[in-house]
Design a binder for this molecule. Structure first.
Ligand SMILES: Nc1ncnc2c1ncn2[C@@H]1O[C@H](COP(=O)(O)OP(=O)(O)OP(=O)(O)O)[C@@H](O)[C@H]1O
Ligand SMILES: [Mg+2]
Length: 221
């Protein structure tokens, strides 16, 4: 599925700082293609997560449109958009997102449990591919940063979405685990998925088909 952002803008009202309107994303356009890995880089506070959330269908732009194969996703009503997102997209949020009371395997299976789907085999396959078999019955607090990341990517993939969004999926990882995560993301792109990754890593450029840089809410390059 091809995603196209057309002149999108996001303004926030910062109550605490008075009633100032703060423009987090300022008139950005970009294209995400199936079968390719697109990377978004930039300084902290530059608007990367805000832009990704608009692309992912979870934050409505103040202005502009997000088109999925030509269809404006924010013209759908809430229920339609939720269903569309659940079917089409996988999302790896910035920071920690594991459910502490569930094992690694249960965390990965969680999206399917919510939809009453049986995905035991798929979970075991992902667990093998992501090399977390030895810890599949462990709880998140017992895991390393790299293992937690691999778990959240596996969870984002369990319902086989066409599109994958990942926000700094290697934020707290060493070089070896960073390479491993990018290899897994690249593999998804090669399988035909549309993959979008926000990252600070320079190594990301080796894997990226397209790199965007964001500064102060504006896209460059
Ligand atoms: N809900 C909100 N209300 C007000 N301001 C917000 C809100 N969400 C984000 N912002 C502001 O928008 C700007 C961009 O935030 P964003 O999270 O998109 O940055 P980022 O590039 O992802 O940063 P980081 O690399 O630290 O994750 C920040 O200055 C932030 O304070
Ligand atoms: Mg962010």
């Amino acid at each position: 599925m091809e995603i196209s952002a057309k002149d999108i803008k996001k303004e926030f009202i910062r109550e605490a700082a008075g009633t100032n309107v703060y423009t987090a994303v300022n008139t950005c356009s970009m294209e995400l293609k199936p079968g390719s890995l697109t990377v978004l880089k930039g300084r902290s506070g530059g608007g990367k997560t805000t832009l990704m959330n608009m692309l992912a269908g979870i934050l409505k732009p103040t202005e502009g449109q997000i088109l999925y194969d030509g269809r404006d996703i924010y013209s759908m009503n809430d229920d339609e958009l939720s269903e569309f997102r659940n079917k089409k997209t996988g999302y790896v949020p910035q920071g920690k997102s594991a459910v502490a009371s569930l094992t690694v395997r249960e965390n990965i299976l969680l999206p399917c449990m919510l939809f009453g789907e049986n995905a035991e085999d798929k979970a075991d396959d992902l667990i093998k591919r992501f090399d977390i078999e030895n810890i599949k019955n462990a709880y998140p607090e017992e895991l390393s940063g790299g293992e937690l990341r691999r778990m959240s990517i596996a969870r984002a993939l369990i319902r086989e979405p066409e599109i994958l969004f990942a926000d700094e999926p290697t934020g707290d990882l060493d070089d070896e685990n960073t390479e491993l995560v990018f290899k897994l993301l690249k593999e998804q792109a090669k399988m035909g998925k549309t993959v979008f990754v926000v990252t600070h890593e320079d190594t990301a450029e080796e894997y990226a088909d397209k790199v965007y840089l964001m500064r102060g809410g504006k896209l460059e390059g």
